[in-house]
Design a protein around this ligand. Structure first.
Ligand code: 4AD
Ligand code: MG
Length: 466
């Protein structure tokens, strides 16, 4: 059997019939009668199965019995045109090797009612389902497309640290990193003595690679990061993870307009890439979970995103409330929008993705460029249908005086940020950047409703299994 080279199901399904082939994979289903068995074999390379036809007389009875859903096998046989399987070809089996049996009574994926909630409780096995196969392949294609987009533009992929001293977003929801014995913490002057800790200071997992990204951009011009970020916010929502992946481009000599243009081009490129390269998986998800998916993906490509200031958006929302629209959270100038507000703007009012700009400075991070009105900053949030915020970014404050004043005003420590402030001290330049939440993008591209279902091993409050 092993003199033949194994070929992936994805390739076999496209191959010309008339050849000897070797396929390996897991059994999705087995049906048939006493004379002949039809085995649907999947190896994860595609959503589609290849049909294996096994004539009962040619094989050991016990072997055929042991080939149950979930069992792993190798099949050698003749690739022939298929009449009934819905595929062009199938394998007429001549040899079958059983690698591993799969007890049909205990195998949890045997059941028909495998809800997404149930699958989350067996996350080590849910990856074997058609749904997660599709999600994982799309996730992989999107990661590749992200690197391709930036590589082709000459951006440098910058690796920023995961362990850091700085709270880039100033929200304070960081996971601390320590080797101190928590049952016996060293104390000095009534406070924890972090000089005894591994790094000699208090450190955490990063919430964003942006600040280090700015150092890269002001050195090699255009960079992007693509890595995990961590937030200890206690948000148990379908859109928040405690560990998520973020893509953060940062560009010297870009103003907010250039920034918006790049963001729009970027997400459109990714959606187009998915439509061009992941159609089998998209169709599957479309048909199983969300029959508007493919249509919605196409719909964002042909149109310009709506650009609107925060102040104008508040007027629109207040007007909506005056006309009877009910929101759970109140909205007025100065509040941070909730996802219900974002979705109203995108889905009801404009009917297209929206880029919000010029937010009140008090709801945004210290590094955003201050507008002349003294009240707003040059931030931008890209809002998408069904999801709300998918991108957050801004032009950065390039003036040393203004940046220092804002850090002081917020009561942040300038001392810990001197390395960052140096970018404004030595040849400061206008520059901008943004962060795309990778899993938020995947929510949009896959049509899945819960962010836990677009990452293989979700980390959420009270949940860090596997
Ligand atoms: O808006 P955020 O907090 O912006 C930043 O972190 C900036 N440093 C980005 C930059 O300008 N370089 O986060 C950016 C994006 C959000 O728009 C959202 O898509 C995603 O990251 N995000 C999350 N995704 C999943 N779970 C969470 N808890 C998230 N928090 C933010
Ligand atoms: Mg944000």
């Amino acid at each position: 059997m092993d003199t033949l080279k194994r070929r992936k199901v994805r390739d076999l399904l496209k191959a010309e019939p008339g050849i000897e082939v070797l396929a390996k994979g897991w059994v999705r289903t087995k049906r048939g009668n006493r004379q002949v068995k039809f085995i649907a074999l999947n190896d994860g390379s595609t959503i589609n199965n290849i049909q294996v036809v096994a004539e009962a007389g040619k094989f050991d009875e016990q072997l055929l019995k042991d080939i149950t859903t979930g069992a792993s096998i190798a099949v050698k046989g003749h690739l022939v045109p298929s009449i009934g399987s819905g595929q062009a070809v199938e394998i007429q089996a001549s040899e079958i090797e059983l690698y591993g049996t799969c007890d049909p009574v205990r195998y949890p994926l045997q059941k028909k009612d495998t809800s997404l909630e149930f699958l989350r409780s067996i996350a080590h096995l849910r990856l074997r389902t058609n749904t997660f196969g599709a999600v994982l392949r799309i996730r992989n294609a999107m990661a590749f497309a992200i690197h391709k987009f930036f590589y082709d533009k000459g951006f440098v992929y910058l690796h920023t640290p995961l362990i850091t001293e700085s709270d880039a977003e100033g929200a304070g929801d960081m996971f601390q990193v320590t080797t101190l014995d928590l049952a016996n913490v060293p104390v000095h002057g009534g406070k924890v003595d972090f000089s005894k800790d591994f790094f000699g200071k208090k450190t955490s997992l990063t919430v964003s690679g942006q600040l280090e990204g700015e150092l890269g951009a002001t050195a090699v011009g255009e960079i992007y990061t693509f890595g995990p970020t961590f937030r200890a916010e206690n948000s148990n929502t379908p859109r928040h993870l405690a560990e998520f992946w973020m893509i953060e481009p940062e560009m010297a000599f870009y103003d907010i307009e250039d920034n918006m243009e790049l963001a729009e081009e970027f997400v459109k490129f990714l959606v187009q890439y998915a439509l061009d390269n992941c159609m089998d998986d998209l169709r599957f998800l479309n048909d199983k979970y969300d029959d508007g998916l493919v249509e919605r993906l196409r719909s964002v490509l042909g149109i310009d995103f709506e650009r609107v200031t925060y102040t104008r958006a508040v007027e629109i929302l207040e007007d909506a409330v005056a006309h009877g629209v009910q929101f759970e959270y109140p909205v007025h100038w100065g509040t941070d929008f909730q996802s219900e507000h974002e979705r109203y703007l995108v889905e009801k009012h404009f009917g297209r993705p929206v880029i919000l700009t010029d937010f009140p400075k008090d709801i945004k991070a210290f590094y955003m460029k201050q507008n002349d009105d003294g009240k707003t900053v040059r931030g931008m949030d890209v809002l998408f249908p069904k999801i709300g915020e998918i991108i957050g970014g801004s032009e950065r404050e390039a003036s040393l005086e203004k940046l220092e004043a804002r850090i002081d005003e917020l009561g942040m420590s300038r001392k810990n940020l001197e390395w960052y402030i140096d970018t404004r001290r030595y040849g400061t330049v206008p520059h901008s950047g943004f962060g795309l939440g990778f899993e938020r993008l995947l929510l949009f591209v896959t049509g899945m409703a819960n962010i836990r279902d677009v990452i293989p091993f979700p980390r959420t409050p009270k949940n860090a299994e596997f």
